[in-house]
Write a protein that binds this ligand. Structure first.
Ligand code: NAD
Length: 369
């Protein structure tokens, strides 16, 4: 394998996963043929598909393949067929197992509003048009994982339940560095969202973010309390560029930001781990949407979120910004040209299938050579 060959593991998963992934393969093939890129692509099963074949949503072999790859591209997992399975066999466990074992602590969720779709948002067009923000969520710490956590009977009767919001300095340091590195690739502006006025763990968060900022003198850092951030995201989302925040706040704010765009079928994501001594960073890219069992197998799903997830892989795992730009521009132009899958259909536009949308992207890419 040539030194610059990129090893990619594709895990289509369940529902619409395989059909949207087929469209990414077209884009990969196009890049190999026209940009001289070399991808060593292998496939595997995850989620319900893996359970059906192997009795587990994630096999040791698939996990080993994921760890050995330069990046993983995942479709989606889950569906009613597997809803009755015990907790540890559920398709979602496959996804969570990958995130955990690969140590994916940084979740990148861009919220981009394409001009052609600006009126799909429930917010006024002028509020969202041109929106391009990146929410960086800490994914493996904070209150979702902090100990102690329990529901306990109280000696005098009654019960109490509690979780612990805990962050160590190294956890804040590494997520902040991911965010600052991203800011350097974008507009050199970061807003760190916390609740330092009430929570002492968030005082530590703020102090550690300030320390990291000293290594990125060119980046403008601001801080915002999460309650205000939730309001500002709706009031004036374009004031943000990169937002960095903890696990629970990021969970909520990234879904809020997704809603600004108004189209689930358009949203990509990335999850990154810590680089090893050679600088190689575990990474998994996936659309934000689920397996959409209601439309699976009908060639009507929107493949653009998965194609844009592949573009993120090129940009953030392989430093192939020029190729990522080509894909992003192709998506913009295809939308401007009036093609729409059913989920983003608008009056006067041409409704197309999953595969026709994939073809249209490669045809648009052809125009760039
Ligand atoms: P969903 O995202 O699958 O679907 C929500 C709605 O959006 C559906 O009406 C669906 O048809 C539509 N939709 C989603 N993606 C689309 C696309 N690319 N093109 C067109 N329409 C699209 O969420 P859900 O219905 O709540 O969950 C379905 C299954 O997916 C469940 O088993 C759930 O656990 C799983 N899920 C998986 C992931 C993941 O793999 N990351 C994320 C969310 C949900």
């Amino acid at each position: 394998m040539a030194a610059d060959t990129k090893k990619i593991l594709i895990l289509p998963g369940d529902g619409i996963g395989p059909e949207v992934m087929d469209q990414v393969r077209r884009v990969m093939d196009w890049l190999s043929a026209n940009r001289g890129l070399s991808f060593d692509v292998s496939g595997g099963l995850v989620g319900g598909a893996s359970y059906d074949a192997h009795g587990t949503p994630l096999t040791d072999e698939t996990l080993a393949d994921a760890m050995a790859s330069d990046a993983v591209l995942l479709g989606a997992v889950g569906g009613p067929k597997w809803d009755g399975l015990p907790f540890d066999k559920k398709p979602e466990r496959g996804l969570l197992g990958l995130r955990k074992e690969m140590g994916l602590f940084a979740n990148l969720r861009p919220a981009v509003v394409f001009d052609a779709l600006a009126d799909a948002s429930t917010l006024k067009t002028e509020v969202v048009k041109g929106l391009d923000i990146m929410i960086v969520r800490e994914l493996t710490g904070g209150i979702y994982f902090g100990e102690p956590k329990a529901i306990e009977d109280l000696p005098g009767g009654g019960r109490k339940g509690y979780n612990t919001l805990v962050y160590s300095d190294y956890e804040v340091d590494r997520i902040a560095r991911v965010a600052f590195d991203l800011a350097m690739k974008r507009n050199k502006k970061i807003c760190s969202v916390d609740k330092a006025n009430v929570l002492v763990s968030m005082v530590l968060w703020r102090e550690e973010v300030e320390k990291v900022a000293k290594d990125y003198k060119e980046v403008e850092l601001s801080h915002m309390y999460v309650d205000n951030a939730a309001m500002q995201l709706i009031r004036d989302p374009k004031q943000f560029d990169v937002v960095v925040t903890g696990n629970m706040f990021g969970d909520i704010l990234s879904d809020e930001a997704a809603q600004l765009t108004g189209s689930l079928g358009m949203l990509p994501s990335a999850s990154l781990g810590a680089p090893d001594e050679t600088g190689k960073r575990p990474a998994m890219y996936e659309p934000v949407h689920g397996s959409a069992p209601d439309i699976a197998g009908r060639d009507i799903a929107n493949p653009l979120a998965t194609i844009l997830s592949f573009s993120m892989m090129l940009r953030y795992s392989f430093n192939m910004d020029a190729e990522a730009d080509l894909i992003d521009t192709a998506v913009t132009n295809v939308l401007n040209g009036g093609l729409r899958t059913a989920d983003i259909m608008q009056d006067g536009k041409a409704r197309v299938s999953t595969s026709v949308m994939g073809e249209a992207i490669t045809r648009e890419l052809d125009k760039a050579i």
